[in-house]
Write a protein that binds this ligand. Structure first.
Ligand code: ATP
Length: 419
């Protein structure tokens, strides 16, 4: 379609690198010498006219970028990223760049690493139209040698998020960061360049690491290079959680696939105090489930003595853990060094949290319990009794409910007591 409009278009960056490495291609990135959002809209129209459904275009005029996402009747659907080939300048380090349209050569030169700065021409117009790989910055040699190399010494000052990107690629591909790149990284960290980058951008790059097949390795590497400490000092003070995850994965105690994003995030937060944790949550602007996971992991570590004390009392354990982010419970079970706590948390996550009385609230009303808080109180006591094995059938529950009702009529049921 670009060819029809006389636009030069290139496959660029990640897919070129991955194709050369023989890795599977997941997303396709294209650079267009011309209006990428305009081309994206035309592509979307044609896809919508074919067998693709739910075609969506998201365009960012400021950067000349667009994404076309679609569902397809033939496959699961897909996603195409198009960027207008551009030149970038960084008026203020760490802030978003100023961009102006440029050639494919300009576009490759503004990229992060040489291995991501190669392009494959796809149209009969434009540079390299005869069909060869465009590789003006030595990406292919670096790919062959297994080297992560920035394109200029100020690269990490301009955009410190590349610090996390460098360790992500190094660890994913088993490459090494070249010496000049490493000293540029050290310099950027030492100068405090990381402070200038917004929490949202850091969180985005951190999440890309958490989504890697093996997220522990790049996180450990980032810790070793002082990049985590540069993100927030508290993340640098403690590294025990990640070390434990790595050791467990090595011992084969933890299945490789279990070391996922949640375990890693929990490992980063687990050694922190609640106050430190809030500082990191604010810095990374974590919200929702991930913020809850982080807070709950810290609380679980701090409550270990209490968890240990009620490990043999299912109802107390269930009360103590109720409402906790389940991912935090599972993650701390993997991270804790205390086998009693680990077993208690696994038992709660696997079985105890699902235990419910057979009698419903409606059944209690039929037995003559008046609508109101007493219904919930009796249900909670029935659940406790189920958990502790004090009742094991509907009949036993009914007998206990009657007893509780009788007692409540005489005097209110105290909260949380055993039967
Ligand atoms: P992945 O395999 O992780 O998806 P990718 O190479 O496709 O890797 P993206 O983050 O999707 O990476 O970015 C697409 C391309 O844009 C990269 O290959 C790189 O050339 C360029 N790029 C991304 N982020 C930066 C950055 N911070 N600085 C310079 N270039 C970047």
């Amino acid at each position: 379609m670009a060819g029809e409009s006389g636009l030069a278009v290139y496959l660029v960056g990640g897919p070129v690198r991955d194709a050369l490495l023989g890795w599977p291609l997941l997303d396709l990135d294209f650079a267009v010498e011309g209006d990428a959002p305009g081309l994206a809209r035309r592509v979307a129209e044609r896809l919508a006219g074919g067998c693709s459904r739910d075609v969506r275009v998201t365009a960012h005029a400021r950067f000349g970028t667009a994404t076309v996402a679609f569902d397809s009747c033939a496959k699961d659907g897909g996603r195409i990223d198009l960027v207008t080939a551009r030149r970038e300048s960084y008026p203020r380090p760490g802030q978003l760049p100023r961009v102006t349209p440029g050639s494919i050569g300009d576009d490759l030169a503004r990229r992060d690493f040489s291995i991501n700065a190669m392009a494959l021409p796809l149209t009969a117009t434009g540079e390299g139209a005869e069909g060869g790989l465009l590789d003006p910055l030595g990406g292919l040699d670096d790919l062959r040698a297994g080297i992560v190399r920035v394109l200029h010494p100020r690269s990490f000052v301009d955009d410190p998020t590349r610090l996390l990107r460098a360790v992500r690629y190094e660890q994913r591909f088993g490459f090494r960061i070249d010496r000049a790149t490493m000293s540029a990284m050290d310099g950027a960290v030492a100068k405090g360049c990381m402070d200038a980058v917004s929490g949202d951008r850091w969180r985005h790059e951190l999440e890309r690491i958490l989504d890697e097949a093996n997220p522990v390795a790049p996180l450990q590497r980032a810790a070793e290079l002082g990049v985590l400490a540069g993100l927030h000092p508290s993340l640098g003070k403690h590294g025990a959680g990640l070390g434990r995850l790595a050791a467990l994965a090595c011992d084969g105690e933890l299945e490789g696939e279990m070391v996922g994003p949640d375990e890693c995030l929990a490992a980063l937060f687990s050694p922190l105090s609640a106050v430190e944790g809030e500082g990191v949550i604010r810095r990374l602007r974590l919200s929702g489930r991930r913020a809850a996971l982080s807070r709950d992991t810290i609380e679980l570590r701090e409550s270990e003595p209490q968890i240990r004390a009620c490990a043999g009392k299912p109802s107390e354990l269930a009360r103590m853990l109720a409402g906790r982010e389940l991912a935090a419970v599972s993650a701390w079970a993997a991270l804790t060094a205390d086998p009693v706590v680990a077993a208690a948390l696994r038992r709660y996550a696997g079985e105890l949290r699902l235990v419910k009385p057979e009698l419903s609230g409606g059944a209690l009303l039929d037995m003559g319990v008046t609508e109101g808080p007493l219904v919930g109180e009796i249900l909670a006591r029935l659940r406790d009794a189920r958990l502790d094995g004090a009742v094991n059938s509907r009949d036993e529950e009914t007998a206990l409910a009657r007893a509780l009702l009788g007692r409540a009529r005489a005097a209110p049921i105290p909260q949380g007591g055993g039967e």
